[in-house]
Design a protein around this ligand. Sequence first.
Ligand SMILES: Cc1ncc(COP(=O)(O)O)c(C=O)c1O
Length: 411
Amino acid sequence: MSVKLPIFFDHHSTTPVDARVLEAMLPTLKDEYGNASSRSHVFGWNAKRAVDRARGLAAELINAQPEEIIFTSGATESINLAIKGAARMYAEKGRHIVTCVTEHRAVLDTCRALEREGFEITYLPVEPDGRLSPAVLRSAIKNSTILVVIMHANNEIGAIHPIEEIGKITREKGILFFCDATQSVGRIPFDVNKMQIDLACLSAHKIYGPKGSGALYIRKEKPRVRIEPILVGGGHENGLRSGTLNVTGIVGLGAACELAAELMDEESKRMSALRDRLFIGLRNRLGFIHVNGSMEHRLPNNLNMGFEYVESESLLMELGEEIAVSSGSACSSAALEPSHVLKALGGGEEIAHASLRFGLGRFNTEEEVDYVVERVTKAVKMLRAISPLYEMETKLDTERQSDADRKLGAA
Ligand SMILES: Cc1ncc(COP(=O)(O)O)c(C=O)c1O
């Protein structure tokens, strides 16, 4: 088997810049270096034209109007701007926001910050498959609710929430709906009109574009959404995000969106075939494994698996030089915290500490999947061979089996 190591299977964390995206960006780092706000000369006009084109491409990918897109430094900034901006703008209407426990830290920490400003936040639980029940959302809405914040697809377990149903509820109740589409845009269809979304964010580096570049969608009509800016200064981006535009990053975002629109259908089929190959390969070789989150409503490139009797951190140590994946734990200060998403599925902390997230991407191949299957299998077997717990369990299992055989024989 000839694969090039290391293999990158961590595409939820970031993606490589596609060569075609890089090609589109390069002129802005050479001769086309104008400031998009310079109105008096051709350098500025060209930069503005490039930014406008990118705005159109980003809008098209999510079925929005170009005027509804503002550029930011990434999804984290878009999330802060959308949630804080809407909360502060509509605070007189009400001070209650509904979100979900499995949201990205950028959402959860923004909500915590708003709690300190006197807003009330409801954090909804998820079903065991990682999805939010629309009925649970409906019952959480109060007269004072001004905003619902639910992601499209989860960055750890790939679970896809019933966004259209959520959009129907929020529209019916006249409440704004912000959707973090960072992981879904470019991977599965995302349509702000069909889904009745009022605010949404995306990030270039998750779709084969550059890091430090993102966008926020803000609905312009039915309803016209208003938000308070966080960054003030030169009044860029309709006064909503001041600061000289990152033309290179924006052009990269636009090119990444254009490519995503073109490739998405075919790519998502290829991703799910690779993902299933990975899943079946591991399932055929290893016992005591399970999938975290819904298999049916899941991003095509995501697989999150628990390997019982194995510490995922030890697995990463085994694999890290050759295979880039991530675990169900995150280092926070000194402690190894189990993932808040895996914990929310209700399986206990051990499951989180024994789980790996595989995120497939545009340039992965079948050969790489086969290599990963063999390598992970070998590492899991090796770690289980030195696990006293695993030894006990398999011994018990053998005893239970021979007991059952004896009973069958006696019958
Ligand atoms: C669901 C989700 N939201 C937000 C973010 C933050 O994105 P960015 O790195 O562009 O700030 C990420 C990235 O990990 C994500 O996966």
